[in-house]
Design a protein around this ligand. Structure first.
Ligand code: HDE
Length: 746
């Protein structure tokens, strides 16, 4: 291959007058084309087919950067992409530079409008496997036993812009696309089972109130501001959803540790055309866990991509997150109520104690996206993407959504052909008569895209129920007058918020009180605070009084009778033990520590499917001259407690050694031995305050003591060997936090 020419411009730059000295030559690039890096295993995107059923697939998608030579969009090879075409090295740029124009023009149009809500998201590929247990209630083929269906799941926050932080207090979207053989089914749910409004016509109102103020566009991705609280305090059907948002559900620890809910009641239909009403639930195998508010706020600064990173790191390391899909099943009666609960009211749940969630399949996310824009940004969900066996109900919120999602994609994805974008292509063969339009990529053949026709041989033909056609359930519609009204049952706005409150454990209640107090403190208008206290008084007297005390305002009396619903223990996140896959344990160590103990701890953590991160005074490796150096992932300067689910303090190499203070003193300073590096103290005190498990071995109690932590407290353990301590930490992590030592007001 010919040697790459040094462009005239670079030579010229080296001689520019007025430079302080010679400009160093540009960093050398590889001179010979090399083989592109192979794609990582198990990370292929879904198999895709063209609108006419032809496989297109990931190979085609990879073509863009797999060749050796850079080309224009038309395939012409390029000799230079760093210098515009100029009349002389220092002369004007020429309009005829078609490569410059193509490159800049394409760049100018790289962005598409972000989603009007749920703009910030992260997604992954996976597979859904039916258990076959839904066979009696639904004929959907993908629910049958052992059928495997590719899925794509996008998690999101609702309020923030695309670049906003992950760990804000907000509802999370949980949208799943099932590429089934009978067409695509989208389950577009949230991590909170109820919604702010009962009728879609109010969606612009609630979103305008919750988004940043229109004058200065602040605050970003927050509900802690006047317009949000103005709306939800005036509009008490929002009380239930708001209470969930103020609970720990509003700040999940991880997307992998969130429940998902279809929210609305859906209708399932079996092979005999019998129907039932159902609510969909996703149950995470790792349990439902949350951050504490202080952690969430710190993470917003330390790592705004915390949830996105957590999801992709877990998948990359093989800790594939899993959820069971379950259904609560109700008889499809004309009233559409269950135990007095209106199933068409999206502000109501049906407690699991009244209708158990029955598992119908398992979802495993096992591959990260290859290209964020192509997949996560361009995926288009729609609650109207249904398959035979799954149908909608008359929930008025769902009705509006059935219109809105298709509509919004047209402006967001630039026209009506977004179903042809690879991530949106059904895996079922498509044989539609939709033609032309912006961004049409199919080359349709035939002359008769209309029905009926004889010129295309009458094709395509219509299918019947026995040929897997989607047929709307012939539900009887009651004779009624046209009105703009809600049913009377929709006006009970407080029984279920009270049920939620009564189902919470004491630490969970503390968090809710702290969240309301924080958010309302951020409001300026006294009237809004007072009105919200009135809403809280109608949920619970203690809740109202505690928040009122925090705001320095009098607590009003309830204006509605306080009901006494039975609590639903299933709503609490506490009290169980769960797997610890993908949890992160920080090991605080330095060169003088028991490094063999650090090695065995690392292996033990990795063996139990968790992630060890060694935290040391400086970067590089520990025991660098030895046979088995230990990589350091975080320095004291770069580590912050919020990254870790638990901390492990490395012990002394020999029992009884007494160098602890000195080892953790700031490197290179002349501090006395007892002056422990303040960054280590901060790590420990913060982890302690956030109820995290902390362990150590062989003398580590001295370091803990300097942070005011004693080994006999819940969730704290110091022993003789590092492996024993990993075991203890793993057990403690199974409960997520040491709730017994949890302080109030965090
Ligand atoms: Fe959405 N919602 N929504 N929503 N929603 C959108 O569609 C809308 C609602 C949900 O990751 C938009 O493609 C209306 C409930 C998720 O791409 C838009 C109403 C639930 C996502 C839209 C609701 C959701 C969206 C914006 C009131 C839980 C992200 C971009 C009737 C069951 C999907 C888009 C993704 C996104 C409209 C209420 C979940 C504008 C009108 C209730 C998870 O179409």
């Amino acid at each position: 291959m010919a040697k790459k020419q040094q462009p005239a411009g670079d030579a010229a730059r080296n001689e520019l007058p007025g430079q302080p000295g010679p400009v160093p030559p540009p960093v050398a690039e590889p001179m010979q084309p090399g083989e592109p890096l192979p794609p990582k295993q198990d990370q292929d995107g879904p198999e895709t087919v063209s609108p006419t059923g032809q496989p297109t697939g990931a190979d085609q998608a990879r073509v863009a950067q797999s060749g050796a030579y850079l080309t224009t969009a038309q395939g012409a090879r390029l000799p230079d992409t760093d210098h515009s075409l100029k009349a002389g090295a220092r002369g004007p740029v020429l309009l005829q530079d078609h490569h410059l124009r193509e490159k800049i023009t394409h760049f100018d149009h790289e962005r598409i409008p972000e989603r009007v809500v749920h703009a910030r998201g992260a997604a992954a590929h996976g597979v859904f496997q039916g258990y076959g247990t839904a066979g009696e209630v639904s004929k959907a083929a993908f629910l049958a036993k052992d059928v495997e269906t590719p899925v794509f799941v996008r998690f999101s926050t609702v309020l923030g812009s695309r670049g906003s932080a992950d760990t804000v207090r907000d509802t999370r979207g949980f949208a799943t696309k099932f590429y089934t053989e009978e067409g695509t089914f989208d389950l577009v749910g949230n991590n909170i089972p109820v919604f702010f409004i009962q009728d879609a016509i109010k969606f612009p109102d609630v979103i305008h109130a919750a988004k940043p103020h229109p004058d200065r566009e602040i605050p970003q991705a927050q509900s802690a501001h006047d317009t949000f609280w103005d709306f939800v305090s005036l509009h008490t059907e929002a009380t239930h959803h708001t209470l969930w948002n103020m609970s720990d559900r509003g700040i999940p620890r991880s997307y992998r540790m969130m429940e998902g809910f279809g929210v609305h009641t859906f209708r399932l239909v079996n092979a005999a055309e019998e129907s039932v009403l159902v609510k969909f639930h996703w149950k995470p195998k790792l349990g439902v866990h949350s951050l504490v508010w202080e952690e969430a706020q710190l993470i917003n600064g330390m790592d705004p991509d915390f949830h996105r990173r957590d999801l992709s790191d877990a998948i990359e390391s093989g800790a594939f997150p899993q959820w069971e899909l379950g259904i609560q099943v109700f008889p499809d009666t004309p009233e559409q109520t269950f135990e007095g609960i209106d199933l068409l009211d999206p502000t109501k749940i049906v407690p699991e104690e009244l209708a158990p969630v029955q598992p119908i399949g398992l979802m495993t996310l096992n591959a990260n996206t290859k290209n964020y824009f192509a997949e996560t940004e361009q995926v288009a969900f729609h609650p109207g993407h249904l398959v035979p066996g799954i149908d909608v109900t008359d929930d008025p919120l769902l009705a509006g959504r059935l219109f809105s999602y298709l509509d919004t994609q047209i402006s967001r994805l630039g026209g009506p052909n977004f179903a042809q974008i690879p991530i949106n292509r059904p895996h079922a063969p498509v044989n539609d008569m939709l033609r032309d339009g912006m961004h049409q990529t199919a080359v349709h053949t035939g002359v008769a895209p209309y029905h009926p026709n004889s010129l295309d041989g009458g094709c395509p033909f219509l299918a019947g129920a026995d040929m897997s056609a989607f047929i709307e359930t012939p539900v009887k519609v009651p004779a009624a007058s046209k009105v703009r009204e809600a049913p009377a049952s929709f006006s009970d706005h407080f029984t279920q918020p009270r049920l939620f409150w009564l189902s919470m454990t004491p630490p969970e209640r503390e968090h809710i009180i702290a969240a309301y107090t924080f958010e309302l403190n951020k409001c300026y208008e006294q009237a809004i605070k007072e009105r919200t206290l009135q809403v809280l008084a109608n949920i619970d007297t203690e809740l109202c009084e505690e928040v009122a005390t925090g705001l320095g305002l009098p607590a009003p009396a309830a204006t509605e009778p306080l009901t006494e619903p039975d609590p639903s223990p299933a709503l609490s996140q506490m009290g169980g033990t769960w797997p610890t896959d993908g949890r992160v344990i920080g090991i605080i160590a330095d060169a003088e520590a028991d490094l063999d103990g650090v090695r065995t701890a690392r292996h033990a953590i990795l063996d139990s499917g968790m992630v060890p991160l060694v935290i040391a005074p400086t970067g590089g490796t520990l025991d660098s001259d030895g046979d088995d150096p230990i990589p350091i992932q975080r320095t004291y300067a770069a580590a912050r407690s919020v990254e870790f689910d638990a901390l492990l303090v490395a012990g002394e190499p020999q029992a009884g050694a007494d160098a602890y203070g000195a080892r953790y003193a700031k490197a290179g300073t002349a501090q006395p031995p007892q002056a422990v590096d303040p960054r280590v103290l901060l790590l420990l005190t913060e982890a302690y305050r956030h109820g995290k498990a902390i362990g150590g071995w062989n003398g580590a109690e001295r370091l803990l003591a300097s942070a005011g932590i004693t080994a006999d407290e819940p969730g704290i353990a110091v022993g003789e060997t590092s492996t024993a301590m990993v075991e203890e930490l793993t057990q403690a992590l199974g409960e997520h936090r040491a709730w017994d030592r949890f302080p109030a007001n965090l």
